[in-house]
Write a protein of this length. Structure first.
Length: 91
């Protein structure tokens, strides 16, 4: 009896968790939101590439601690480069 009750409760729970919403909402970005998104993605890419390059050079020069220091220095350099490019009109 307990097994059937437990199976019924679990089956009902699984049934209701798999039901999809009837009205799917589609969000469209405005041009301004698209440009802002691109700006942030470029910043993240530039900082990430700088951090990865700095970590690689730091790891070769000083092992694990050097990799951490190099990653911080590379991220800082990437951020400075990003600010420089944005100042000159490259979004």
């Amino acid at each position: 009896m307990k097994n059937r009750l437990l199976a019924a409760v679990l089956s009902t729970g699984m049934l209701f968790t798999t039901v999809q919403p009837v009205a799917a909402v589609t969000h469209y970005r405005t041009y301004h939101q698209y440009v802002q998104h691109r700006r942030h993605m470029k910043t993240a890419k530039r900082v990430g590439v700088g951090a990865a390059g700095g970590a690689a050079i730091g790891a070769l020069a000083g092992g694990g601690k050097g990799a951490g220091i190099g990653a911080l220095a590379g991220a800082g350099a990437g951020l400075l480069y990003d600010r420089h490019r944005k100042h000159h009109g490259d979004y």
